[in-house]
Design a protein around this ligand. Structure first.
Ligand SMILES: Nc1ncnc2c1ncn2[C@@H]1O[C@H](COP(=O)(O)OP(=O)(O)OP(=O)(O)O)[C@@H](O)[C@H]1O
Ligand SMILES: [Mg+2]
Length: 367
């Protein structure tokens, strides 16, 4: 049962109008906007140390460079800590002039920068402005050095301007800059490296975000763990995790369900799945088929449960059973499944129905 009080109003299944009964979907999403990429949650979990360092660097030295892979929380950290700052995406504003124009449009909306040289634009930025420069590697190579040099020199002289720059890779950025003097004033001793979240951290973050955005009782811990399994395999990391959470909630809602089920999560992963069944031999196919069947209505299967399904499949297909544990790593490496370290349970990462059908067809061809 979902929570009581006001929320109960949302859980009426039917509405009777003039004697006819209309089905009303039970909503899963309390606030879709709270799972948008631009939303800033009221808490940022698992980054206490980094938040402290970022705060100290910007408050004392006026600058910081956040570096980390996709979806490690770089943009969120900067925006969460400096809510009053000016946010600029340097892939959108690629030249020094465009960046300065964009800053001025926010801090001095009545000022017209058209036709003025960049030197004049720098002069118009008020003291103590805090600027977030996201995806700083997006600045065109022609402008990068001059912009960063001027920016860091200005902040050095009286610390009138504070900045938080963000990049996916500080080493590549340093190579792009090329000049040691510019790098030194721009970011030396001010780099914060964000490590990717581990599985437990992802589940903790997902749990918090799901509680904020979804109704109580519409997801369980295995669902969040499955989302984390899929996201850990992806390049998008926490960004992917939040996308899957939102998309599987929407999908489950569209299907008229009252809670997210493992197959909803797996369906949202189909777009990015690139595994190839043709490369698997009959033993791997049979184990995968057994996992797919064991996971048809749950996120994970235990090894015992899996073995039971496997023996049935071997009998059905007239194949001699073998030790299945040594077959699992290959299926994991190909992205079909994931094995949870904490309890050894296996999760299926792609929809059970689809994979079952495809394996049955493949087995028919090779047996
Ligand atoms: N510690 C956290 N607590 C809560 N939500 C988080 C946390 N870290 C990341 N997120 C969420 O994960 C998603 C990705 O985070 P963010 O956009 O900040 O990553 P990024 O490192 O800037 O990625 P990219 O390199 O793709 O720009 C966002 O929806 C963000 O709100
Ligand atoms: Mg970002």
């Amino acid at each position: 049962m979902r929570g009581g009080g006001k929320k109960c109003l949302k859980t009426f299944r039917f509405n009777i109008i003039h004697g006819a009964i209309f089905h009303i979907d039970m909503p899963i999403l309390r606030s879709r906007q709270k799972l948008d990429i631009s939303y800033i949650p009221s808490k940022v979990l698992c980054r206490d140390r980094e938040i402290q360092i970022l705060k100290t660097l910007v408050e004392s030295g006026g600058k910081a460079l956040i570096s980390g892979e996709i979806g490690t929380g770089k943009t969120l950290l900067a925006r969460y800590l400096f809510k009053e700052s000016i946010y600029i995406n340097c892939f959108v504003n690629r030249s020094e002039h465009a960046i300065l124009e964009s800053i001025l449009s926010k801090v001095r909306p009545s000022f017209n920068p058209a036709g003025l040289p960049t030197r004049k634009l720098w002069e118009q930025i008020p003291d103590n402005t805090v600027i977030i420069l996201d995806e700083i590697e997006g600045i065109s190579l022609d402008d990068l050095n001059h912009f960063l040099y001027t920016l860091s020199r200005r902040s050095e002289c009286g610390r009138r301007l504070k900045y938080i720059a963000i990049t996916r890779d500080a080493n590549i950025l340093r190579q792009m800059i090329g000049d040691d003097a510019t790098w030194s004033t721009f970011a030396e001793k001010a780099v914060i490296q964000l490590q990717p979240y581990n599985h437990n951290q992802m589940v903790e973050i997902l749990n918090y975000r799901a509680q904020e955005a979804l109704y109580e009782g519409t997801f369980d811990e295995d669902i969040l763990s499955l989302i984390a399994d899929i996201a850990m395999e992806s390049r998008g990391h926490m960004r992917t995790a939040i996308d899957i959470l939102r998309n599987s909630a929407i999908l489950a809602e569209q299907k008229g369900k009252t809670k997210i089920e493992p197959e909803d999560v797996r369906e949202t992963n189909l777009d990015t799945w690139i595994g190839n069944l043709d490369s698997l031999d009959k033993n791997h196919l049979l184990v995968l088929l057994s996992i797919a069947k064991a996971c048809s209505n749950k996120a994970y299967t235990t090894l015992e449960d899996l073995k039971e399904h496997y023996f049935i499949e071997c009998e059905n297909h007239n194949i001699e059973p073998t030790d299945i544990e040594h077959l699992i790593p290959r299926l994991e490496a190909e992205g079909f499944i994931s094995r949870r370290e904490s309890d050894g349970k296996c999760a299926l990462l792609i929809p059970s129905k689809i994979i079952t059908k495809e394996i049955e067809e493949n087995l028919e061809k090779i047996l």
